[in-house]
Ligand binder design. Structure first.
Ligand SMILES: Nc1ncnc2c1ncn2[C@@H]1O[C@H](COP(=O)(O)OP(=O)(O)OP(=O)(O)O)[C@@H](O)[C@H]1O
Ligand SMILES: [Mg+2]
Length: 254
């Protein structure tokens, strides 16, 4: 084999192994979210900061796909009671889908608004429109649209992302919905600001038993702090105006 061909096959093997690795990770994660009990570690999470951070982390992926993003939130901070790691996973799946399926759309919009009880996050991409008859199916595990399955150049995937999104949303007593037409494909996640204490132990629609972790067992690893509500109160040494301005700038990325 020529050096060039060796390189080519090595690349193919590497890509295949990466895809397999991803599938294994997703199946493992899904199994954990699908069977038995799931412990939730409910703390105060700043969803504005969380989304800003996740978008920033995805910046190379946006760039690679010729996309820009815009994050608009009426507030600089919005703290809710939730499991930060699970929320990060939920939004990461939606952001990655918007990138993967919205390549032709040039941009992805993320909008956050809240009232006294709920936070609503909309993730919007343009380009491919999901046929109406497939819309109710895409949250099923392993379901991929005809377009995703048949388009030879289309993006790979396992069809677990949205099933995970739905599970995590339900674990938080929230809702997730989708619409797709010429004005864009919109995923809307509604989350409660206060976690319902009286529904600590419950089952999601697909039989996942959720157990809220009580506060006495909080010896969690440091990694849990990654998406915590740090910075909610700002740096007391900095004047309020400056802190506000800084985070506003960080919110919009064109
Ligand atoms: N933002 C979107 N725009 C258009 N179609 C979408 C979007 N998000 C999801 N879909 C469609 O819904 C299907 C299911 O999405 P899901 O995230 O569950 O699986 P996947 O992206 O195919 O694979 P995975 O997320 O497991 O890597 C996708 O295959 C795609 O056809
Ligand atoms: Mg996906």
């Amino acid at each position: 084999l020529s050096r060039e061909m060796q390189r080519k096959y090595l690349d193919i093997a590497y890509q295949k192994s990466q895809r397999l690795q991803k599938l294994i990770e997703e199946l493992f994660g899904f199994t954990k979210l699908s069977y038995g009990h799931v412990n939730m570690n409910v703390t105060k999470v700043d969803v504005v900061e969380l989304l800003a951070q996740l978008l920033e982390e995805s910046y190379p992926n946006f760039q690679k796909n010729g996309l820009s993003y815009e994050f608009i939130s009426a507030k600089d901070h919005q703290v809710i009671e939730a499991d930060g790691d699970l929320l990060a996973r939920l939004f990461d799946n939606l952001i990655n889908n918007a990138i993967k399926y919205g390549k032709e759309g040039k941009r992805v919009n993320v909008r956050l608004r809240s009232d006294a009880e709920t936070v609503t996050v909309k993730i919007v991409n343009y380009g491919y429109i999901i046929p109406e008859k497939e819309l109710p199916l895409i949250f099923d595990k392993f379901y991929r649209t005809d377009h995703s399955r048949t388009n030879a150049n289309g993006p790979g995937g396992t069809g677990l992302g949205l099933a995970i999104v739905k599970n995590i949303t339900e674990m938080h007593h929230g809702t997730v919905s989708v619409s797709s037409d010429l004005s864009g494909t919109v995923f809307t996640v509604k989350l409660r600001i206060h976690f319902e204490e009286d529904r600590e132990n419950f089952e999601t629609s697909n039989g996942l038993k959720v157990v809220k972790q009580n506060s006495t067992s909080s010896g969690m690893p440091n990694a849990k702090k990654k998406h915590s509500s740090k910075g909610v109160h700002g740096n007391p040494a900095k004047p309020k105006g400056a802190a506000g301005k800084r985070s506003k700038e960080a919110l919009v990325h064109e």
